[in-house]
Design a protein around this ligand. Structure first.
Ligand code: CA
Length: 269
């Protein structure tokens, strides 16, 4: 694991190889809106849902941020009426970089919406002002869900979203609806920490369930089902002694790690 080896860097090297602890990649939403009466409450609502928020008030700022290939933007909420570049132009320029970030357009009037979509500048959805916050947040979740690939195959776990089928090492596993969604969210960000808030927002549409045990229960069921499909070697008594044999690989429940106090991570190896 690279973060572990880096953490052993001597003090003198630290400025080059900063020791990294747990890296939490929350989905960052770029909010492009020049009206603080809208961007303020919108940013706060997104933060409450567990997203990282980057508010900018101009089209140029939005374009230059997206031009950086290292900038991790999960979604753009883009006002159509901006003081410099209009939202459509911003959208076209973001697309011109070849970036497939979902773009949710905010329009001032409902009749602008058809115009926006008709122009095919690359916006994925729109919400007309004034909007209900719950409605906008639902659209955000829907766009982020759409981004998840239809077919994923990581570490022997194969998920076919269209057919709603899951196979572990070639053996089909029957998952309940929430277990399936949970696995899909975890695998779509394999190798990264997915926070509890993000999981609750994406799978249950309700981050207020934060303190409930629902997520932990479903996670435990999911792990058990993934484990059940593994070769029998894992179930052997005293199997934890010594290195796991070939085929037993990294074991069972270890596929999805718990990152204490933060969330979970689907391991890629
Ligand atoms: Ca505006």
């Amino acid at each position: 694991m690279s973060w572990r080896s880096r953490s052993t860097a001597r003090d003198g090297d630290r400025r080059f190889t900063a020791p990294r602890r747990i890296v939490v990649r929350v989905t960052t939403v770029l909010v492009v809106e020049d009206d603080p009466a809208i961007s303020g409450p919108l940013s706060r609502a997104l933060q409450r849902e567990g997203y990282g928020v980057l508010p900018v008030a101009s089209g140029v700022a939005a374009v230059s941020y997206c031009a950086d290939p290292g900038a991790e933007v999960g979604l753009v909420i883009l006002d159509l009426g901006l003081p410099d570049l209009d939202g459509l132009e911003v959208c076209r320029r973001i697309r011109a970089f070849g970036r497939e970030i979902p773009v949710l357009m905010l329009t001032a009037r409902t009749d602008e919406a058809d115009f926006v979509v008709g122009l095919d500048a690359g916006a994925d959805d729109y919400v007309a002002k004034p909007f209900r916050m719950a409605e906008l947040l639902a659209r955000v979740r829907a766009l982020l869900r759409r981004r998840v690939p239809a077919l994923m195959d990581i570490g022997g776990v194969r998920v076919d979203a269209a057919a709603r089928r899951v196979e572990v090492d070639g053996v089909e596993v029957a998952l309940a609806n929430k277990e399936f969604e949970l696995l899909r969210v975890m695998m779509s960000r394999a190798g990264q920490v997915v926070t509890r808030e993000e999981i609750l927002a994406e799978v249950w549409n309700d981050p207020s369930m934060k303190t409930s045990k629902t997520l932990d229960m479903h996670m435990s069921w999911l792990r058990r089902k993934l484990a059940g499909a593994r070769p029998a070697a894992d179930a052997a008594e005293g199997g934890s002694v010594g290195a796991p044999g070939p085929g037993a690989a990294t074991g069972t429940d270890q596929r999805i790690s718990t990152v204490r106090g933060v969330g979970f991570r689907f391991e890629t190896d």
